[in-house]
Design a protein around this ligand. Sequence first.
Ligand code: NAG
Ligand code: NAG
Ligand code: NAG
Ligand code: NAG
Ligand code: NAG
Ligand code: NAG
Length: 203
Amino acid sequence: NTNSIFALDYISGALTLNGPLDRENPFYSAGFILTVKGTELNDDRTPSNATVTTTFNILVIDINDNAPEFNSSEYSVAIPELAQVGFALPLFIQVQDKDEGPNSIFEVYLVGNNSNHFIISPTSIQGKADIRVRVAVPLDFETIPRYEFSLFANESVPDHVGFARVKINLINENDNRPVFSKVLYNISLFENTTVGTTVLQVH
Ligand SMILES: *[C@@H]1O[C@H](CO)[C@@H](O)[C@H](O)[C@H]1NC(C)=O
Ligand SMILES: *[C@@H]1O[C@H](CO)[C@@H](O)[C@H](O)[C@H]1NC(C)=O
Ligand SMILES: *[C@@H]1O[C@H](CO)[C@@H](O)[C@H](O)[C@H]1NC(C)=O
Ligand SMILES: *[C@@H]1O[C@H](CO)[C@@H](O)[C@H](O)[C@H]1NC(C)=O
Ligand SMILES: *[C@@H]1O[C@H](CO)[C@@H](O)[C@H](O)[C@H]1NC(C)=O
Ligand SMILES: *[C@@H]1O[C@H](CO)[C@@H](O)[C@H](O)[C@H]1NC(C)=O
């Protein structure tokens, strides 16, 4: 009778719940096997040797009282801008709904500007899963140096939503040659132009 969660009325024999149940508490999740002993009293009200025992088997049925949860509120990582399409980012994301069976089914979404540059899997989860984030398109530090996304884990029940931030910084790599600002610089000068006059800014 862990934590005296049940109480037995010694006279009427009524077994009553004496504390809050929680199927997700590891001490309670397997249910309860209670042994109840009846003892006959002697004439002087002392317990006699005449006893009987029986067992009560109590199963705790799950209800959907937990939302999915990520194991951190924020995940951040830096990856080289030349990471290949399909590269799995070293983000260690775990998400779990502590309920059981159909009560623990949910979907995971990556939401935010340019979130289609990355792909997550799995997206349909029952219970617990590790989420992988992979590069979906060629990246470019010079175009987008950093990404910031929201990660949602939505159950079919409204309000049962897990949330986390995902921050991805690209590490600049030497992937650009020097280039001139124009292919051709074409200027005209008066012949009397004085020496030392700036005639052109090459960039
Ligand atoms: C009850 O049990 C005790 C201990 O086992 C024994 O000494 C005693 O004789 C028993 N009494 C009866 C009435 O059986
Ligand atoms: C989240 O879970 C993953 C997978 O078990 C683990 O590698 C990671 O360290 C956990 N993160 C945190 C912040 O606990
Ligand atoms: C989305 O990201 C692009 C590239 O960084 C940026 O140009 C654009 O303004 C962003 N849009 C919003 C709504 O933040
Ligand atoms: C997931 O839940 C969030 C927060 O309630 C909501 O804004 C979002 O629209 C939901 N996404 C889907 C696909 O239902
Ligand atoms: C350079 O400019 C002059 C005067 O505007 C023009 O006549 C000439 O065609 C230009 N040269 C080239 C290669 O564009
Ligand atoms: C160059 O010649 C032009 C045309 O005659 C004149 O307008 C200008 O002032 C001269 N510039 C100089 C620096 O002498």
